[in-house]
Design a binder for this molecule. Structure first.
Ligand SMILES: Cc1cc2nc3c(=O)[nH]c(=O)nc-3n(C[C@H](O)[C@H](O)[C@H](O)COP(=O)(O)OP(=O)(O)OC[C@H]3O[C@@H](n4cnc5c(N)ncnc54)[C@H](O)[C@@H]3O)c2cc1C
Length: 236
């Protein structure tokens, strides 16, 4: 059952020209207890709500949480958050959603996201790779955006890759011909060249727009992945 909660904005910054990072401190209740992958539903006034995934990991601390918002749709949700100033309070329904890690994890975990859909995946990934007990799991991260400018969390995932906390990280850019980060293409392209013999012992977590999710899911099913191995959250 989601709870009615209040939190105060304590940090706001641009990650790109259109993508904003927000850090909130809980007011009521004083702590937030969420599972990585869950989201909150923010009251944006006049009875309307918009959903935003929690980007931080519960391993960080339970008094604060982070969200990341792509303001390019420029609807009421984007405008509400663009205008929100540090020190302001928000009301939200908290800890919603069943897009969470299953109790039993497969040895190979694939995280596939586009745009701000990387944020619940980041929370899930950090809860695994920063947890020493889960040291033996293989974690693969595939991330797609329309343009190179929209890429977020690149340094973080490159750091996790260089520290061998994750096993692969690739960026796919759909609308830039010669990106310096990653390659031109769609996030599901990784499936074409990946060693499919590991797929039976794998789970796939997908987040972003509905068309991408459908395309990736179809490709995985064609590669003999069972639908019970696929978990997803559709943003729009
Ligand atoms: C479970 C869930 C979690 C979500 N988490 C996040 C999140 O962490 N970060 C985030 O930025 N958004 C997230 N969203 C999307 C978010 O809730 C809003 O839909 C988005 O902010 C647009 O709201 P708006 O009022 O500005 O635009 P609206 O007027 O509601 O929408 C305008 C149009 O933009 C489309 N749209 C929505 N999001 C995007 C997008 N990113 N790119 C292009 N078109 C889009 C809508 O389908 C609609 O056609 C999530 C959605 C769901 C369902």
């Amino acid at each position: 059952m989601p709870i009615n909660a209040k939190a105060k904005l304590i940090e706001k910054k641009n990650l790109t020209s259109k993508i904003l990072f927000f850090k909130f401190e809980m007011i009521d209740p004083e702590v937030i207890n969420f599972s990585p992958g869950q989201y909150i539903s923010i009251d944006i006034g006049t009875g309307a709500r918009r959903e935003y995934s929690i980007a931080s990991s519960p391993l960080d601390d339970n008094k604060t949480f982070e969200i990341v918002v792509d303001t390019s749709p420029h609807g009421v949700g984007s405008q509400f958050l663009e205008k929100l100033q540090t020190g302001s309070e928000i009301s939200f329904l908290g800890e919603i959603g069943s897009f969470i890690l299953p109790e039993v994890l497969a040895p190979n975990l694939f995280f596939i996201g586009t745009g701000t859909g990387i944020t619940p995946l980041k929370s899930m990934i950090e809860s695994i790779v920063l947890n020493v007990e889960d040291d033996n799991l293989n974690v693969y991260v595939y991330y797609g955006t329309r343009t190179q400018e929209e890429v977020i969390y690149k340094e973080l995932f490159e750091k996790y890759l260089s520290e061998n906390r994750i096993d692969d990280y690739k960026i796919y850019i759909s609308r830039d011909d010669n990106p310096t980060d990653g390659k031109t293409g769609y996030v599901g392209d990784f499936i074409d060249t990946f060693d499919k013999s590991v797929f039976p012992d794998s789970q796939f977590f997908i987040c972003g727009n509905g068309n991408m999710i459908k395309t990736v899911e179809e490709k995985l099913l064609q590669a003999q992945v069972n639908s019970s191995q696929i978990f997803y959250e559709k943003y729009y």
